[in-house]
Design a protein around this ligand. Structure first.
Ligand code: 5AD
Length: 491
């Protein structure tokens, strides 16, 4: 009765929240399972950024409700952004949902499940749902547990599957909420006011992850570049966010640092210079443009111009010539004309993105843009979407092709989907597939790139001839980190 399946929709923040919920539940004796058909409790951690994401989760909840007929104690929970956005109204259409838990209450999920199970055991009639979408001071500090801390509890010799593979990369939540008021965006409603975690708590969490073998940290927040702006002063022109990057950079064992999502207005000189100054800061920037038209940027309440955006890209390329860029674009914002879109297309092409998330504008009720007339027809949004996707495919393909014949530093992540080969990522966040030895998981290794698809690289580890590691039966690849930084040991 304690098998929990968690399905996550949406962004990396949601994935991180789900992981924290899973870790808390494991700590309470629940079992986290991968098979949705073999669970007693299904939790859907939802996304509200676009209507399609909400509809997907609602459809899933409706579909799995039918299971209650043959499994009367089956529990369905809706967590996160859609729970926050729709609240108890979810129960109007989905009365079988047991839990509706908002974004500031993830840490209460174990208590609520305990209570629900106790009530059922005591014979309380099924049908009493729990809704909690209240705000809670300090809730930003509750997303801190990692599965890595409780890994032993869920797998291993007690028959629950093989021991987990070592975790190489981890997300760390540094902040919740956003105060920017972009006119298209539901996030300030679903995630609340901007609240940052204390720097020491974040650094302690990163240090603990490093001690457990994590090599790559991605700092997460809705607007990470504003991190700590109310809690910490700038020191010598360095923002609290860059101060945090510096502190994480000092942690022994952490080899790579990434972050998402920033705001263009956070890219002042201190952050740009950080790319030249902090070698662990990977040369991959997600820089949401949203639109390349000044008129539309103004309508969106995005406080920068296309020229300013272009300058940031240029400054970052100057600081780090090998930089990889990704972005978010919304096509078909209300009132976006062909001329506006042409401006976006031109800037999109000029920025030469390696990766991009292109969204068709979706009306979010309660936002300023939802009230605007002049909606762009769906077919036109789709056309604009395809124009940008074609450019992205070309640019991304050109970049990956240019890597053939080069040697890239790859952080070995684990087995690929087939289980026969391994995957890893370059510093530019390109997925690589290659043959390796399991002992190289968590190592930085040189990979010679031999082949590339639009977004994936295939290659061979650069062998260092016969050496000590080969003699021990490990792969003979030389971990780059061994030479670069003394705290990475060879396999
Ligand atoms: N419609 C379409 N895309 C949206 N995004 C946010 N709100 C909307 C909306 N109403 C996109 C933005 C944001 C990303 C996470 O989702 O591009 O950066």
């Amino acid at each position: 009765m304690n098998r929990v399946y968690i399905k996550t929709y949406g962004c990396q923040m949601n994935e991180r929240d789900s992981e924290a919920v899973a870790a808390m539940l494991r700590g309470r004796g629940y079992r986290i399972v991968d098979d949705e058909n073999a669970c007693d409790i299904m939790l859907l951690n939802t996304c509200s950024v676009r209507d399609a994401a909400e509809q997907k989760a609602l459809g899933k909840a409706g579909y799995v409700s039918a299971r209650k007929k043959r499994q009367p104690d089956f529990v369905i929970g809706i967590l996160g952004c859609m729970a926050q956005n729709r609240g108890a109204a979810i129960l109007d259409t989905l009365p079988d949902v047991d839990l509706v838990i908002g974004t500031q209450k993830f840490h209460q999920v174990p208590d609520y499940l305990d209570n629900l199970r106790a009530a059922r055991e005591a014979g309380v009639p099924i049908g009493s749902s729990i809704v909690d979408i209240a705000e809670e001071a300090g809730s930003q500090n509750t997303i801190r547990d990692h599965l890595i801390d409780t890994a032993d509890a869920g797998a291993g010799p007690d028959g629950e599957g093989p021991p987990p593979a070592p975790q190489v990369s981890a997300f760390v939540s540094i902040q919740q909420g956003c105060n920017m008021d972009c006119h298209f965006c539901i996030v300030p409603k679903t995630r609340g006011d901007e609240r940052s975690r204390p720097m020491e708590a974040i650094v302690a969490e990163c240090r603990s992850l490093a001690s457990k073998g994590v090599r790559e940290i991605t700092l997460l927040g809705q607007i990470v570049t504003s991190y700590g702006r109310r809690d910490y002063a700038h020191t010598g022109g360095v923002s609290p966010f860059v101060q945090l990057l510096e502190k994480v950079h000092e942690i022994e064992g952490i080899e790579r640092i990434r972050f998402t999502s920033p705001h263009p207005r956070g890219f002042k000189a201190d952050l740009v210079e950080a790319y030249a100054r902090l070698p662990k800061l990977c040369e991959y920037v997600h820089l949401p443009m949203q639109s390349g038209s000044d008129r539309i940027l103004r309508a969106m309440n995005r406080p920068y111009s296309r020229e300013r955006y272009r300058q940031i890209v240029e400054a970052l390329r100057a600081a780090q010539p090998d930089m990889y860029f990704s972005t978010d674009i919304i096509v078909g914002y209300p009132g976006e004309t062909e001329a506006d879109f042409e401006q976006t297309r031109e800037l999109f092409e000029a920025c030469n993105y390696d990766m991009a998330y292109i969204f068709k504008y979706s009306i979010r009720s309660g936002t300023v843009a939802a009230e605007l007339a002049d909606q762009v027809p769906e077919a036109e949004k789709e056309r604009r979407n395809q124009v940008l996707l074609d450019i992205l495919r070309r640019n991304s393909g050109r970049r990956t092709a240019s890597l053939i014949g080069t040697t890239q530093e790859v952080l070995v992540d684990g087995p690929d989907k087939t289980g026969r080969r391994f995957t890893g990522r370059t510093r530019g966040n390109r997925v690589c597939i290659f043959d390796a030895d399991p002992r190289l998981i968590g190592q930085l290794v040189p990979l010679r790139i031999e082949r590339a698809s639009v977004s994936t690289l295939y290659g061979s580890l650069v062998l260092a001839g016969v050496d000590a590691t080969a003699a021990e039966g490990a792969s003979a690849a030389t971990p780059l980190g061994a030479a670069r930084s003394p705290h990475v040991s060879a396999a």
